[in-house]
Design a protein around this ligand. Structure first.
Ligand SMILES: Nc1ncnc2c1ncn2[C@@H]1O[C@H](COP(=O)(O)OP(=O)(O)O)[C@@H](O)[C@H]1O
Ligand SMILES: [Mg+2]
Length: 288
């Protein structure tokens, strides 16, 4: 398994220069081809942990490995060839005038010839569904489009690992869905390994197979969405909630004593459970 592991975090503690303890006792691995989530309330340490995984923060107590090598000893160039971090706010990342120029910056800096740069930019823009926007002024883009340009900028550099800080924050509901569909496609079809910080509990079970829950700088739980989303009280204790559909089913089970065997996390799962239960009730009525 070890060769399938891309990032391995083992941090005893990390404090910012002002003394605030931002991470404590964090152990987690990111496997090749994984699409996992860091879920946590504001201030829980998600952004800090992504910066650690990108080698931007290095003065922690502990060890972080990228492909088995100590990331704190790697030259930034060797990290940025493999790992790209997409900031939460695209305006912190974008700086060129046009979409094309912004996405071209990375590959140009890596020394590629102009026709290779062009090929990479076009391919990256098509992956994020912005093929027609190359000539557009950055300021003319919607917030969601800007977020996708940021991702294209990293894809054009050939990043195998993408770290995304709240990629759905600030998007409208359709934008959130499209962003997660885009990331799922990059993960499944292009094999990009993705770590995504988020607090969108409703969308997580639809798209992510593995989650790490952060609370006050600590990893409090990890696993599949089924393993992680349990009782509402436990979610509240880490300042999160259950997906709304799960909350409804939980209340029906506790209050109305409806015999749900498991806690569905998506509308589709809830629908199946409900239909099954209604069929059972109907056949019981017909028998009696
Ligand atoms: N530059 C900084 N200096 C001091 N404390 C910081 C800094 N950035 C973040 N923190 C603190 O570290 C903790 C984790 O922050 P952060 O990683 O940004 O959490 P999240 O991304 O989950 O909202 C918070 O308590 C925050 O106040
Ligand atoms: Mg953050």
């Amino acid at each position: 398994m070890a060769d399938l592991e891309r990032i391995s975090v083992s941090i005893d503690s990390f404090r910012y220069p002002d003394g605030s303890l931002a991470l404590e006792d964090i152990r987690l691995q990111v496997g090749r081809g994984e699409f996992c989530g860091l879920l946590g309330a504001n201030g829980s340490g998600k952004t800090t942990l992504l910066k650690v995984m990108d080698g931007l923060i290095r003065d922690y107590r502990g060890e972080v490995l990228l492909d088995g090598r100590d990331i704190a000893r790697l030259h930034p160039r060797d990290i940025y060839r493999q790992v790209g971090l997409v900031f939460q706010n695209p305006d912190d990342q974008l700086f060129a005038h046009s979409v094309f120029e912004d996405v071209a910056f990375g590959p140009r800096n890596m020394g590629f010839a102009e026709d290779e740069v062009r090929r990479r930019v076009e391919s990256a823009l098509s992956q994020v569904e912005l093929s027609d926007c190359g000539a557009k002024n950055i300021h003319a883009l919607s917030y969601g489009q800007k977020k996708r340009v940021c991702i294209a900028g990293l894809l054009a550099m050939g990043h195998e690992i993408l770290l995304l800080d709240e990629p759905t924050a600030g998007l409208d509901p359709m934008g959130e869905h499209r962003m997660l569909e885009l990331l799922t496609r990059l993960n499944r079809e292009e094999g990009v390994t993705i770590v995504m910080a988020t607090h969108s509990v409703d969308l997580v079970p639809l798209f992510l197979s593995r989650l790490h829950i952060l609370s006050r700088g600590r990893l409090v739980r990890g696993g599949t969405p089924e393993e992680v989303f349990t009782a509402p009280e436990e979610m509240e204790s880490v300042r999160l909630r259950l997906p709304q559909i799960a909350e409804l089913i939980w209340q029906l089970r506790q209050g109305e004593k409806l015999p749900f065997k498991r806690l569905p996390l998506t509308v589709g799962e809830a629908r199946r459970e409900l239909v099954e239960m209604m069929m059972k009730i109907r056949s019981n009525q017909e028998e009696s």
